[in-house]
Design a protein around this ligand. Structure first.
Ligand SMILES: [Ca+2]
Length: 237
């Protein structure tokens, strides 16, 4: 056997086993072997990895969406709590402000407990100017009551609103008056029958038709407790 024959046999053996090439022909055979047998496996592996990566991305997106929804719910709940706390804080600050503004001789003694505030039954329209039988004044009787329903001269701010509920929204409230504590104190009014605050309010240019009912709404802010008491009454001739 010649040397050339031995080389060919050696090359065929390596080609059959896909071994390491020892010459250019062997190298070509080796490359063909790699492309033919290993490249499909390599390609399949790449595709599998790509599919797996795609699935992972889809899972990550779903997880992120779920976390975003959870954060939205938490944010909404926290906003609601913050709003409630802000309202409570404002209420407490109002009470502190009211208590701090009390005169020193009132803070420690003569303290009352305001239970409710009523609008007196004689509240209505009266002719107080010119005696021309044309009603020009709204008189509102405000009655602060303690726990025993006794009338007490509670200090505070009074807001009065006059409403014509037959009118559409936005036009039904005809007028608002606000009476501060100093002014209110001077309006404490006693008769043979009762005692209460007596508010005299000008309605000459506000009410023209006296044949229909009107509604008086009252808001009393008690300066001792900071609490707000509300009442309303229908008035008609
Ligand atoms: Ca009059």
């Amino acid at each position: 056997m010649t040397a050339k024959t031995k080389k060919i046999e050696k090359s065929n053996i390596k080609n059959q086993n896909c071994g390491v090439p020892a010459s250019r022909d062997d190298f070509l055979n080796f490359a063909f072997c790699v492309l033919h047998f290993y490249f499909p496996v390599f390609l399949a592996s790449v595709l599998c990895l790509a599919v797996t990566a795609g699935c992972q991305k889809a899972d990550e997106k779903a997880q992120l969406l779920m976390e975003i929804e959870q954060l939205k719910e938490q944010n909404s709940e926290l906003s609601s709590r913050a709003e409630k706390s802000e309202s409570q804080n404002e209420d407490l600050q109002n009470r502190v402000r009211v208590l701090a503004a009390l005169p020193d001789d009132v803070k420690g003694e003569n303290l009352y407990t305001l239970n409710q505030v009523r609008i007196g039954r004689y509240t209505g329209f009266y002719d107080k100017n010119n005696n021309d039988d044309i009603q020009d004044t709204l008189i509102v009787y405000v009655q602060p009551l303690d726990d025993q329903l006794d009338k007490i001269k509670a200090s505070g701010t009074v807001e009065i609103e006059l409403w014509d509920l037959d009118k559409p929204d936005g036009q039904a409230k005809l007028k608002t008056w606000k009476i501060e504590p100093d002014e209110l104190r001077a309006l404490w009014y006693a008769t043979m029958l009762t005692i209460n605050y007596r508010l005299t309010l000008d309605i000459a240019d506000i009410v023209k038709d006296f044949d229909k009912p009107y509604t008086v709404k009252m808001k009393f802010t008690d300066y001792l407790s900071g609490k707000i008491f509300e009442a309303q009454r229908i008035i008609k001739n």
